[in-house]
Design a protein around this ligand. Structure first.
Ligand code: 1HN
Length: 340
């Protein structure tokens, strides 16, 4: 750079100015260049460290005893993609994770053990493996383990999105454990049975009042469509979780999906602008992400960053759960997908 330019940059810097022409290409790239990297977390390797966290700290002291799955390209930022956070949470028999609420939206995918519950706004749901559970923004939630086994689930939150917008609020509840206001199954009966209460009129972006999508029901649907026809070449048999009252995503900032890949099936390449976190609930296979192949097995988590081409293979019948910020991008007119 010429001495004249250098001196000019230095002089304007003192006035809070910087030249656009030095950064324009990086600011407006021709296609997304995510700093996030593809990565896979192998549950069989991680489980011992998750269990060890139970010896290091109690759920109560930790408030939430979680090991964050940190993207290797985003170390120190507590996120798995630029917009989403993911972690593995452990709760031991007899423990309680105290009630609180925050403007960040959260999802849980139950992976290991049974006997725990999550309570959302006064209703408990028993956590069974594969259940997809949500705690929408600003709903009080606590977890407890009434059983005799450690229970582990994956948490997904929109923490980086809320941080980006500087819109985070949080508070602790007055009591550790919410009192039970309604029997288990109440929300599913009222809002999740092709029926709605007479006076219920949700706004388009309202989260669903259904806060558990039971694994067994989801699996029955996937099995039915898998036996009824051929898989989509790019998706296999894939369905999105919805707010049944609106057809929108369960929560406004996070989309979630379930997918069945028959043994031997391989998807064609697909890329989309929503960086996506996948969890293998059943079976095993390979994920080829921008040319690198990762083997996945039960409870493994892998992340596909924005605009990275994904090909999925199943060596045994595989069931995958996934989530992303797709509804945010769609609301803003930004979401793109390319089927190769
Ligand atoms: C949270 O509330 C939970 O409720 C889990 O289980 C993880 C990470 C950051 C902030 C809040 C939970 C969280 C969290």
């Amino acid at each position: 750079m010429s001495a004249q330019r250098r001196a000019y940059y230095d002089r304007i810097a003192a006035h809070g100015l910087t030249p656009l022409w030095e950064v324009l290409g990086a600011l407006v790239p021709p296609s997304p260049r995510s700093p996030a990297q593809p990565a896979l977390w192998r549950y069989a390797e991680l489980r011992q460290y998750v269990m060890e966290a139970g010896e290091v700290i109690t759920a109560e002291e930790a408030e939430r005893r979680v090991l964050i799955l940190e993207n290797p390209g985003l170390r120190g930022q507590s996120c798995i993609t630029q917009s989403l956070y993911a972690g593995l949470q452990l709760i031991l028999p007899g423990e309680v994770a105290p009630a609180h609420r925050h403007t960040q939206s959260a999802l849980r995918l139950v992976l290991d053990g049974e006997g725990a519950y999550t309570a959302v706004d006064g209703e408990r749901t028993t956590m069974r493996r594969g259940d997809f559970i949500i705690t929408p923004a600003w709903t009080f939630h606590d977890h407890g383990n009434l059983g005799d086994q450690p229970v582990v689930w994956l948490d997904g939150l929109d923490i980086p999105t809320v941080r980006f917008l500087d819109a985070g609020f949080a508070e602790k509840a007055a009591t550790h454990t919410q009192s039970v206001a309604r029997p288990e199954g109440d929300a599913l009966a009222r809002y999740g049975s092709n029926l709605l209460p007479m006076d219920y009129a949700p706004k388009p972006a309202d989260p669903t009042r259904v806060f558990v999508y039971p694994h067994d029901k989801t699996r029955v649907s996937l099995q039915a469509i898998a036996s009824a026809g051929a898989p989509d070449p790019h998706l296999g048999h894939k369905l999105r979780y919805v707010n049944p009252a609106t057809g929108a995503s369960p929560m406004p900032t996070i989309a979630a999906f379930t997918q069945w890949l028959p043994a031997g099936f391989e998807t064609r390449g697909l890329r989309s602008t929503d960086g996506t976190i996948h969890v293998c609930l059943e079976g095993e296979g390979e994920a080829e992400i921008a040319g690198t192949t990762y083997r996945y097995a039960e409870n493994d988590v892998f992340v596909v960053p924005s605009w990275h081409t994904l090909k999925l293979r199943a060596s045994r019948d595989a069931m995958l759960f996934s989530f992303s910020d797709r509804p945010v991008q769609q609301a803003l007119g930004l979401w793109r997908e390319e089927r190769l």
